[in-house]
Design a protein around this ligand. Structure first.
Ligand code: AOF
Ligand code: ZN
Length: 370
């Protein structure tokens, strides 16, 4: 199964929105076939493994280790259960269950009906870790939320002047670019756009640019910002609030600003007035993104947005790059006010990994406790 997991990982970044899956076929104590799901729409792991068996050998009476319950439906590919039954394997050892309602449990049932021994939940936790986004999205129809920030060892993301450059090391920053390519969308608040004028693309070779989502109640995003200027090349959604009106010098009405953004290639989602709390709004936006088949988002703050996501209990994964220096009490915190008086009341996350990066940085990954 460990070998199957390693194989599955090779599909990372290529199979989305399908899961990463690996399969290994063992007969008389020898591995005779190996396969993994290589790219979206292509052969599933089980058929890849069956096809890899050398001539003169076959899978009759073999044991198949597969990281995910074999599918039993016709999608872009024919059912894997059929291939396994036809090959006359004796036993199938499964890691994760497939939450896809078209499969869930039915794949196992079909194999058992064909007198194949099925072992379930084998190294389930390790296998589940291959596909957090897939599992989450199939079950909830909402994107898997990864929040990420780079902070100092005393928990600050910028100096008091707002300078957030050069907190984390080069290697840490390269990892973030890679992550942007792996998530379908990236979300920030308009204050981040006003402060940094980011492009929010993926500058990792081979990675694709995420859809950009900007939370911007009053449509304050400047027409001259990099995001607006590149909206035709990289899909962009601006989330506004019904009847929110902008202060300031700009004389244009909300409707006029909305139209100008739409003309520039931006989709404007207007949150209805009936939604009052920021937490409710987060849930509304996540539901809406889900209907657009956006299965994953990377939340890159700032503090107000981070606080709203945390309060809404909408953070599925938290990635912190911690750098080995202080900025002190006058530095800026990654999360705006949460009004938590009793630490016992705060939602605690589960440590998944802590990895040493370069130049003294540590990458910490937390996941939501279910
Ligand atoms: C497997 N092995 O390698 C994968 C599976 O459209 P299709 O035919 O590619 O089907 C996609 C669904 O099949 C996917 O949502 C998941 O339930 C299952 N993926 N199953 O047995 C694989 N990639
Ligand atoms: Zn399949």
């Amino acid at each position: 199964m460990r070998m199957a997991i390693e194989l599955a990982q090779r599909g990372g970044g290529h199979v989305h929105p399908n899961p990463q899956v690996g399969a290994v076929i063992v007969k008389e104590g020898r591995v005779i076939g190996k396969g993994y799901h290589r790219s979206y729409g292509n052969l599933h792991a089980e058929r890849e493994a069956l096809q890899s068996i050398p001539e003169g050998e076959n899978a009759e009476n073999a044991t198949v280790y597969v990281t995910l319950e074999p599918c039993c439906h016709h999608g872009k590919q024919p059912p894997c259960t059929e291939a396994l039954i036809q090959a006359k394997v004796a036993c199938v050892v499964i890691g994760s269950r497939d939450p896809n309602p078209l499969v869930s449990g039915k794949g196992i049932e079909q194999l058992r009906k064909a007198n194949i021994t099925v072992v379930e939940d084998f190294m389930k936790e390790e296998c589940d870790r291959l596909n957090p986004v897939f599992f989450h999205f199939v079950k909830t129809k909402r994107p898997y939320v990864t929040m990420k920030f780079a902070q100092t060892a005393d928990g600050k993301i910028a100096s008091q002047t707002g300078n957030a450059k050069w907190i984390s090391s080069e290697k840490s920053r390269a990892e973030v670019q890679k992550l942007r390519g792996e998530r379908m969308a990236i979300l920030v608040g308009v204050n981040t756009v006003l402060a940094d004028d980011p492009r929010l693309n993926c500058r990792y070779s081979g990675g694709r640019d995420p859809v950009r989502v900007v939370l911007d109640h009053m449509l304050r995003i400047p027409m001259s910002s990099q995001i607006v200027r590149s909206a035709w090349e990289q899909p962009t959604i601006v989330v506004a609030k019904e009847n929110a009106d902008a202060p300031g010098k700009e004389q244009k009405t909300f409707g006029e600003r909305k139209e100008a953004l739409e003309t520039a290639g931006i989709e404007v989602l207007v949150v209805p007035q009936t939604i009052v709390h920021p937490e409710e709004e987060i849930q509304f936006v996540l539901d809406w993104l889900g209907t657009r088949n956006i299965d994953s988002i990377l939340v890159e703050g700032g503090g107000t947005v981070n606080a709203a996501f945390y309060k809404a209990q909408a953070v599925d994964e938290l990635i912190i790059y911690m750098a080995p220096f202080f900025l002190g009490a006058d530095g800026i915190s990654p999360v705006a006010s949460l009004e938590i008086n009793d630490p016992m009341m705060a939602e605690r996350m589960r440590l998944q990994s802590a990895t040493a990066m370069s130049d003294g940085d540590v990458c910490i990954v937390y996941t939501k406790r279910e």
